[in-house]
Design a protein around this ligand. Structure first.
Ligand SMILES: *Cc1c(COP(=O)(O)O)cnc(C)c1O
Length: 227
């Protein structure tokens, strides 16, 4: 069941882009479709969504088979286990969650040249909580340097899942910090031009601070809780 019409949501995104002086279509909506059926994704595609984000490899592959006739761009947005890198390298167009070089190297080796290069983002652990995935601020530059040397990957930018805060200004400052990091990295690594930040609760603020990908689940498909 779609919570709101995707047409309305896409329209809202264009409005927010305009409000914060972003270029039209600067922001790509990714439907975060964990726990959603292939049929729900098909309906979203019919309504104008082209980019799909999945967290779990097995679940994603099953849906990809059922949706082979639909032209979609697949983003891997979940935590990466090293025994899943082959499937990720083979079946996805983008990977948002690189946080260590060992994983990047495996993806590089396992990406078939016939698939073209794999677009990757580095996930930042912006709060520094040890329980969270993502590279620390201190290790970010070195990881970018190492990933930029891998020939089958293209280092495209940064991804963050911030700790939610209710205060708009605080949330905005948080996203601004990530945007500034991207700007600094872009000087050295010109292919880094994407910011994957913003979920259902905070996507407007993320757009204000330069998001180029927003990843929405609940706002598109409704709550995952009572399924
Ligand atoms: C589930 C998920 C989302 C979407 O979250 P919502 O709050 O439902 O919009 C976005 N990004 C990642 C990495 C997720 O796992």
């Amino acid at each position: 069941m779609m919570l709101i019409s995707i047409t309305d949501l896409l329209h809202d995104i264009r409005t927010v882009e305009q409000r914060y002086h972003r270029l039209p279509h600067a922001v790509t909506l990714i439907a975060a479709s964990k726990q959603q059926s292939a049929a729900a994704i098909r309906a979203a595609a019919t309504a104008g969504i082209r980019d799909i984000g999945e967290n779990y490899v097995q679940e994603a592959l099953a849906k990809q088979q059922q949706l082979a006739d639909v032209p979609l761009v697949w983003h891997f947005i979940g935590a990466i286990q090293s025994n899943k890198t082959k499937a990720i390298a083979t079946h996805f167009d983008w990977v948002h969650t690189i946080d260590r070089i060992a994983i990047a190297r495996r993806l590089n080796e396992q990406r078939s040249p016939s698939c073209g290069k794999l677009n990757v983002l580095l996930q930042i652990n912006s709060s520094g909580e040890v329980s969270k995935s993502g590279v620390s601020w201190q290790a970010l530059f070195e990881l970018a340097q190492q990933v930029s040397e891998l020939p089958q990957l293209v280092l495209r930018g940064l991804m963050v899942i911030p700790t939610p805060v209710s205060d708009f200004a605080q949330q905005r400052a948080h996203f601004a910090h990530v945007r500034q990091a991207l700007l600094a990295l872009h000087e050295r690594f010109p292919t880094m031009d994407q910011l994957s930040m913003g979920m259902s609760a905070d996507w407007q603020v993320a757009i204000a601070e330069g998001a180029t990908f927003i990843r929405l689940g609940t706002a598109i498909f409704g709550s995952r809780d009572h399924r």
